[in-house]
Design a binder for this molecule. Sequence first.
Ligand code: AMP
Length: 542
Amino acid sequence: MITSKPRLVGIDLGTTNICAAMVRGRTPRMMELDQGKTALPAVINVSGGGKYVIGAAARDLLVTDPKNTIYGSKRLIGRQFNSLVVEELRHYFPYEIVEGDAGCAAVRLNGETLSLTDLSARILAHVKAQVERSAGETVPEAIISVPAYYNDNQRQAVKEAGARAGFTVRRIVNEPTAAALAFGFNRAFNEKVLIYDLGGGTFDVSVLQIAGNVFEVVATGGDSFLGGVDLDNRVIDYVLSDIRHAHKADLADDPVAMQRIKNAAEAAKIDLSLIPNAVISLPCLFEKKGRPVDVTIPLSRECLNDLTSDIIGKTFDICRKVMESNRLNTGDIDEVILVGGQSRMPLVQQLIERNFGKPPRKGVHPDECVAIGSALLGEALGSSGSVTLIDVLSMPIGIALSNGSFRKIIDKNSTVPVSMTFRLPTPKSPDACFLSLDIFQGDNEMVVDNEFLGTLRVPVAAAGRKVEFRLNTEALLEVVVEMPDGPQRIELTTCDTPLILRKALDEERQRRESQATEEELSRSAAERPGFLNSIMRLFGRS
Ligand code: AMP
């Protein structure tokens, strides 16, 4: 009897857009997700009465209903509310970020607190429904891609969101690995490839060795706050300054004008990837002395390059560092593969050629390859020995020491799966009933600068016993303690923020408050940026 495999979809859960692909007759194809389009904007609006709007329709509500429209959830999912990153992001997003269950960052919408895992599950359930509609059959399984730099909590949260959406999540795969699969699966290559991934909000670089269907990550790096939106912001500033100069008007606090400028700036930036000159044309943008004012600003590719070359330059600095720290030369790289919408900018392609001595590889679709690679991986998983992924841990995992420093237990770039053991310390206080170890992940020497993963809490009788940190092939962490009756898996708790982190956060909040007061005093009302600037600055940092 022939039993057919359950249908599987590969999902690229992007910061800006979500894409999905399925393999049919050995050929991967992109699925329609939003009104005939294959890219679903990663935006969700929650209105009263529990009504959800997802995709392009939700993106249209960013201006009229900013407090209930969530974008950038990829940055927040799996993060602790009491963390320096969330503290920073809270000031950039117009919606309210609050503390949810188990200390996780959550959002408050129309009086209801929703976890980011729940919201992502809603989006993924929508994706599932759309995929099933296009495929004409049920699609129970998924492979979901995540950035290589995602920490353990973020990976777990995405997996959980997939499960809540009704999928059996066969695997979480790193985005660059998926991109490499789209390029090299079943093509008998023996090459070193560099994946340059510049999306809307993040930059990722990975070097992989492809040998047949063995895909081995040899180096990774990136900046999770560097992407296309930073280029948009430069064009927006250029437009605002032109308007200030030509019309003596400041539109920074005019939400509708700002949204129109943002859309026009991004559209001009995209046009300039194809044509050398574009025009930003905004009829009746604002009123002056009761009359509508039309704004027309020419923008050339050279001008865009001048405005943004330092941002693009930073991505090449990161590539250089990643290569140097892994003793790789540009001559070692056989192919450069571009991923992410912003990598289509001609300046990126020119600099690839200048830095690597060869143009980027043609024929790999920057917007589709991650979803396609995930789908191909799904297809291969069932057939034994058809693909081997050798991935690495992108950030070390370790424990907090009493002086606030970080003791690494598993090093960065360790090949996964991996396991490391150490002994539980004896408690400081003789009266303690429990032993607590705070576990963090990150590249920094002090734990406050890293991400808190959770606390390992065991009875004091376990002092001196062996603890094992186990990472599986998806780089998901399991903590096992050797107990008298055998090894026992212990769930980490995240409800109590470690004291050292709370202190750092209090300091950060005080610093922000005093800075805000100083700024308030020193700026005139007309100059003060309104909260709507944060809509315009979508996922950017400044
Ligand atoms: P992604 O996160 O991969 O969907 O990339 C989204 C980013 O790519 C946004 O900042 C877009 O403005 C940008 N983008 C999309 N298409 C192009 C293009 N043809 N040229 C330049 N940037 C683009």
